[in-house]
Design a protein around this ligand. Structure first.
Ligand SMILES: [Zn+2]
Length: 289
């Protein structure tokens, strides 16, 4: 029976030493055979492998987020496990406590892990929900919403799309204009074989012309009509907002996209703890630092 959990016990067993982590990185990124026909062998006491024939040397951590780090690989893998299991996000403070490292080290590790999480670039199709959300900003709109425009200016605009039964994409964008929506759609959603589900916002009227579009009118109190709704995105917004408040308190505009990438990764990898950890490790190893 395979254990689908993946906690500290599993981690210690699989990646308890730097040696085991290094072997794994080599096997994930390289083969034992050199192009010259020779075989790579580990260089004693070094983070390097060498070809038996042409003497070519390989450093398996080269190009990965681990390469220029003094932090032991086993600690890095520990951080990746913590990140993988934290569906509501993890703060640098929590990571610092968990790994017993300095705040600076914890912050740097988290930043590099998130940076490796690029969202996919193939287009979504089928039943695709799309919606816009507003994040951050602390000021209130005041009486009669007279400061509303100033408050909205403080906020970050995020557009998200979700293919039902498939992936989520979420991007911090410059504004909520028609052009911006059109650009997002063009990059992320295929016009072919797509039923695009949106709110009745007029901003989409021209830019979504190429799509088979279905609307629910939130302003008229209509949220679901048959299978037409944007509930999956609403669920995503709610989860991200709740998690941000609970874990990160304040997120500056500068880092919002990388935090979103983390939430999108979790939303797109809802399999077992073990499966998600493996997916995260693979993603990080294949991303170039
Ligand atoms: Zn060789």
């Amino acid at each position: 029976m395979t254990n689908n959990k993946y906690g500290l016990a599993s981690l210690r067993k699989q990646f308890g030493t730097d040696e085991k982590c290094l072997e794994f990185i080599f096997k994930t990124l390289h083969t034992m055979e050199c192009t010259c026909g020779g075989t790579f062998k580990r260089k004693e006491g070094r983070r390097q492998w060498q070809c038996s024939k042409c003497r070519y040397q390989l450093a398996p951590t080269a190009g990965t987020i681990f390469h220029k780090s003094d932090t032991p690989l086993s600690l890095w893998f520990h951080a990746i496990m913590v990140f993988s299991n934290a569906k509501s996000g993890v703060s640098a403070k929590q990571m610092q406590r968990e790994l017993e490292v300095t705040y600076k080290t914890a912050w740097r590790m988290l930043t590099l892990i998130r940076k490796a999480l690029k969202q996919g670039d193939d287009t979504l199709h089928g039943d695709v929900e799309m919606d816009v959300g507003y994040f951050g900003g602390k000021r209130s709109a005041g009486r009669d919403n007279k400061d509303l425009s100033r408050v909205m200016k403080d906020k970050s605009v995020v557009i998200a799309a979700k293919e039902r039964g498939g992936q989520i994409r979420a991007a911090v964008v410059a504004d909520a204009s028609a052009k911006t929506h059109g650009d997002f759609l063009g990059q992320n959603v295929s016009t072919k074989g797509t039923r695009l589900m949106t709110d009745a916002t007029r901003v989409l009227n021209n830019v979504a012309l190429g799509y088979d579009r279905y609307m629910v009118d939130h302003h008229m109190g209509e949220y679901v009509r048959g299978d037409i709704h944007v509930n999956s995105i609403e669920t995503f917004w709610a989860h991200v907002k709740r998690s941000m408040r609970g874990t990160h308190k304040v997120v500056s505009k500068k880092y919002l996209q990388s935090y979103l990438d983390g939430f999108v990764f979790h939303a797109n990898n809802q399999h077992t703890d073990r499966g998600r950890f493996e997916a995260l490790l693979g993603t990080i190893l294949h991303a170039s630092a």
